[in-house]
Design a protein around this ligand. Structure first.
Ligand SMILES: CC(C)(COP(=O)(O)OP(=O)(O)OC[C@H]1O[C@@H](n2cnc3c(N)ncnc32)[C@H](O)[C@@H]1OP(=O)(O)O)[C@@H](O)C(=O)NCCC(=O)NCCS
Length: 332
C-alpha cells in the first residue's frame, strides 16, 4: 500500500457512520495522529502544521473522505471555546466534485463541532478562487448566513511601483518622511500617550500592536514638530511581495500636502530599490473603508479579492431530519 493510501484499520475504527455497506470503499473518518498526514494536501498550507500532530491541538476536528482507499476530501474545523467554533477549510479532490461529498463533509463537521460544544460557527474564505461560488452555494443550502465582505485585498504589480501620479505627492516642509527604523522608542511612547488621551487611532492601525515583523528597509514614518503623526508599515510576505499592513496619518495634526501619498511614494520607492520593479504590492482594506477601496480600485490593481465571512447557529444531529442518508456509495 502506498504511503498516500488510507489504512483500512484506522478507517473502520474511526468511521463516523456514513459508510453504507460492506462493499463500499467510502469512509468518513475522524482525524487522528495515524491518519491526519494522509489528508494534508487537502487543506491550505497554513493549516498543514496542525495536521502534523492533531493530538496536540485537542480542539481541531476533521472529517476525511476516502474513496477507493485514497484520501479524497477533508473538512477541517476547530472549537474555539465559549460555544464558538469555525470551519477552517473544506476540500474535495477535483475528480470527485459535484457528487455531494462537499455537502456531506460540511454537514458532518457541523455535527461534530456541535458535539464538541460549538453552538455558533463561522467560516472565513477568499473569493477569486474558482470554487468560491460553489462554496457559497453549499453554505446557503445548509442555512448559513448571507456572506459578508470583511476585507478587500488588492495586489498591484510594477504599474504601482512606477505610477506617475506619485510624483505629485507632497508633504509640508516641516514634516519629514523617515525610515521606520529611525523612529525612537521615546517617540513611540509619545504616540502611546496621545492615544491614551484621545483614543483616535483604531487599534488595528496602531504601529506597536500585533505587528508581525515590519520590514525596516521599507516601512516609513511621518515626523512632525509635534512628534510621529503617521506611518506605513510593510511586511515582506514572499521573496517578491510586500504586504502593506498599516497606513495612518493623524489628520488632526496635519495641515497641508498629501502626507498619506508621500508615505506611499517613499515606501514603494524603497520597495522598488530593495526588491526590484518586478515585485508586488499587496494590501487589505476593511470593507467599511469605502473611500480607500474606491481609490485603490482606480489604480489598476492586478487582482482584487475579498475575504468574506458567514455564520451559522449549529444544531445537534437529533434535531436535524437528515444526517447521513442520501450518500451515493462508490464501489471498487
Ligand atoms: C467547494 C467544494 C468543497 C465543493 O465540493 P463538492 O463535492 O463538489 O460539493 P457538492 O457536490 O456537495 O456540491 C456542489 C454544489 O455546488 C453547485 N455548483 C457547482 N458549481 C457552481 C457554481 N459555479 N456556482 C454555484 N454553485 C455551483 C452544484 O450544483 C452543487 O449544488 P447542488 O448539490 O445543490 O446541485 C469543492 O469545489 C472544492 O474542494 N473546492 C476547492 C476548495 C475550496 O474552495 N473550498 C471552499 C473554501 S475553504
Amino acid at each position: 500500500m502506498s504511503a498516500s493510501r488510507y489504512r483500512d484499520t484506522a478507517a473502520s475504527a474511526m468511521a463516523v457512520g456514513i459508510c453504507s455497506g460492506s462493499l463500499t470503499m467510502l469512509h468518513s473518518v475522524l482525524l487522528s495522529s495515524e491518519n491526519a498526514q494522509l489528508f494534508r494536501s487537502l487543506t491550505f498550507p497554513s493549516y498543514r502544521p496542525l495536521l502534523a500532530e492533531p493530538s496536540r491541538s485537542s480542539n481541531l476536528i476533521g472529517v476525511g473522505l476516502c474513496i477507493r482507499r485514497e484520501a479524497a476530501g477533508l473538512a477541517l474545523g476547530r472549537y474555539l471555546g465559549n460555544g464558538e467554533s469555525e470551519i477552517l477549510s473544506l476540500f474535495v479532490d477535483k475528480a470527485c466534485r459535484g457528487n455531494g461529498w462537499g455537502t456531506q463533509l460540511l454537514h458532518q463537521l457541523e455535527l461534530l463541532l456541535h458535539a464538541r460544544g460549538g453552538r455558533r460557527c463561522h467560516t472565513v474564505y477568499m473569493t477569486q478562487n474558482g470554487s468560491a461560488a460553489t462554496f457559497e452555494h453549499l453554505l446557503s443550502k445548509q442555512a448559513w448566513s448571507a456572506p459578508q465582505t470583511r476585507l478587500v485585498l488588492f495586489r498591484f504589480d510594477r504599474r504601482m511601483l512606477t505610477a506617475p501620479w506619485f510624483r505629485r505627492a507632497s508633504v509640508s516642509t516641516e514634516y519629514e518622511v523617515v525610515s521606520w527604523s529611525e523612529i525612537r522608542e521615546d517617540e513611540l511612547e509619545e504616540v502611546r500617550a496621545r492615544q491614551q488621551l484621545h483614543g483616535h487611532i483604531p487599534d488595528y492601525l496602531l504601529p506597536f500592536e500585533n505587528d508581525g515583523s515590519p520590514d525596516t528597509d521599507i516601512s516609513v514614518g511621518l515626523r512632525s514638530p509635534n512628534g510621529v503623526i503617521g506611518w506605513l508599515i510593510a511586511e515582506r510576505v514572499a521573496r517578491d511581495t510586500i504586504r502593506y499592513t498599516k497606513l495612518f496619518v493623524d489628520h488632526t495634526v496635519t495641515a497641508s500636502g498629501t502626507p498619506a501619498f508621500a508615505l506611499i511614494r517613499e515606501a514603494v520607492r524603497r520597495q522598488a530599490r530593495t526588491l526590484g520593479l518586478n515585485s508586488y504590492v499587496i494590501c487589505g482594506v476593511r470593507a467599511e473603508n469605502q473611500a480607500v477601496i474606491k481609490l485603490l480600485q482606480r489604480l489598476q490593481p492586478e487582482s482584487v479579492r475579498e475575504s468574506r465571512v458567514s455564520h451559522k447557529m449549529l444544531r445537534s444531529a437529533s434535531s436535524q431530519a437528515n444526517t447521513a442518508t442520501g450518500l451515493a456509495s462508490i464501489d471498487d
